[in-house]
Write a protein that binds this ligand. Structure first.
Ligand code: F6R
Length: 237
């Protein structure tokens, strides 16, 4: 695991964006895995700015997002589908046919997850961006998730529902979600985990020092061969 220590959130977002832009320049048809939540917002802003300055071209990029609430309408402002379009996809030249998302509107969650898994197998993810939950979840793989878990329907913990309240616009947060599994995430060729702020300190401690355990799913990432942690002082303690 490579650790990139940064001073603050701005530097974290810039570092992540520099890495992505550099990788895209080397391989313009990269398959990218995106995360939602507050952490990658600065990265997405940096990418939009770079695109406006013509420093990056997304026209051949394919993308897969990690997760989506279930059930959830795409047009709902709380959906991750809306979040990604609002913060990145609508602002850069990513081809809409190259955007892959777990469909929170599906009636058949199991089939949806199997199809998504199949699509990822056919288009292996080159770089997966991740954030981490206060309880150590990655994607919506909550504590107890197995190392070999695949894309599936999961129940969210009370702690996750409470933390996500900060970016939920209105209404009640669904208590279920569709998410890539730990095994799906670990199959990505490269993983970039972004972490900032004191709230993430315990999760990051379990990643760096703790044993690999299903109680802290983030700790599984220690086993990945090409994993970069970009973290600020506050969460490194
Ligand atoms: C979002 C996701 C989650 C978040 C995590 C941290 O797609 O998969 O694992 O990365 O909940 O969320 P923030 O960044 O809001 O602290």
């Amino acid at each position: 695991m490579k650790l990139v220590k940064v001073k603050n959130y701005k530097e974290l977002s810039r570092k992540a964006s520099d890495i992505l832009i550099n990788e895209i320049s080397k391989k313009p048809n990269l398959v990218l895995g995106f995360a939602t939540g507050e952490t990658p917002l600065g990265l997405y802003k940096e990418l939009v700015m770079a695109y406006k300055k013509r420093k990056v071209d997304f026209s051949k990029i394919k993308s897969f997002n990690l997760d989506e609430y279930y059930p959830m309408k795409k047009r709902d402002k709380n959906s991750y589908y809306f979040f990604m379009h609002n913060n990145l996809f609508d602002k850069v030249n990513l081809n809409k046919f190259n955007i892959n998302f777990l469909n929170g509107e599906t009636k058949d969650a199991e089939k949806e997850c199997k199809n998504y898994e199949r699509k990822i197998k056919k288009n292996p993810i080159d770089i997966q961006i991740l954030g981490v939950g206060v309880n150590g979840h990655i994607g919506f793989d909550e504590p107890g998730s197995r190392e070999d878990s695949k894309t599936r329907l999961v129940r969210l913990t009370d702690s996750t529902i409470e933390s996500n309240f900060k970016i939920f616009k209105h209404g009640k947060i669904p208590d279920k979600a569709l998410t890539m599994g730990i095994g799906t995430i670990m199959a990505s060729k490269k993983i970039i985990l972004l972490a900032n702020g004191r709230a993430k300190k315990e999760a990051i401690r379990h990643l760096i020092k703790g044993p690999v355990t299903e109680r802290w799913p983030v700790s599984y990432l220690r086993k990945h061969k090409d994993m970069v942690l970009i973290a600020d002082k506050a969460c490194l303690g």
